[in-house]
Ligand binder design. Sequence first.
Ligand SMILES: [Zn+2]
Length: 311
Amino acid sequence: MQRYFPAASKAAVQQLVSNLIAAFHQRLNTLSWMTPATRTKAEAKLDTLKVGVGYPETWRNYATLAIHHDDPLGNHQRALKFEYQHQLAKLHQPVDRGEWWMTPQTVNAVNLPLQNALNFPAAILQPPFFNPKADAAANYGAIGAIIGHEISHSFDNLGADFDAQGKLENWWTPADLKHFEAAGQQLVQQYDQYQPLPGLHVNGQQTLGENIADVSGLTIAYIAYHNSLGGKPAPVIDGLSGDQRFFLAFGQAWRSKIRDAALRQRLATDVHAPANFRALTVRNLDAWYPAFDVKPGQKLYLAPDQRVKIW
Ligand SMILES: [Zn+2]
């Protein structure tokens, strides 16, 4: 595995993750709407978060699974049974918080509420998301925003149902939950206006949890990027400021191509907004406006009172 995902890359991503977690702590401490009781629980959850980077610490043993090149149906049936037995064997055992739910070859990332854990497979830890040789602004804008997105799932409407140990327990006070839900409604309206195909809109309610995570992730990544500068001004590279490169990297990470039919299907079923609309998350950050001198009337402008801030 080290051949494909070197130890140096793993260490660099682990550093990014700790910087993102530190920025999230910082943000929790400055939030005006969260009550101290809820904040204490949120801090505990952040402190016990188990983060997997690249690949699992221990590899699962497949020795007892028989695979034959001339028996595809049998392979499928044996694989199903093998997986079933793997799940059944967990009964009466302590939870393995280090278990992975994605292969290292998957370009994705995931928050696992039952384990209070995150998985960042090796395949997403490469350009355009991450490059150990790239400038910090690019890494924070791309993979940093994704790390922040996954962390924030621990603190959304689903994450609120699981405590620091992954046990089913709602740790939000009713007042905090009410504020969180009100901020969410503003985001529902924002995404409801997006129209990927003529007459067909993004469903703001269906995609709410993911849109909250996108806004939070980018916000936290921006704070972490600025912390990483250690009080020094960001260098100008290729004529672009640090903030410009940060936002550009975020946009570049969401480049995609999709046929209309597939897009139509996703709009009806996917809990994520289409990639090009996820790139528009930038409109909610105040820092976006001076970075590119975005003015009222322009496509990527949002009036200050319509910018949604949750974390
Ligand atoms: Zn997500």
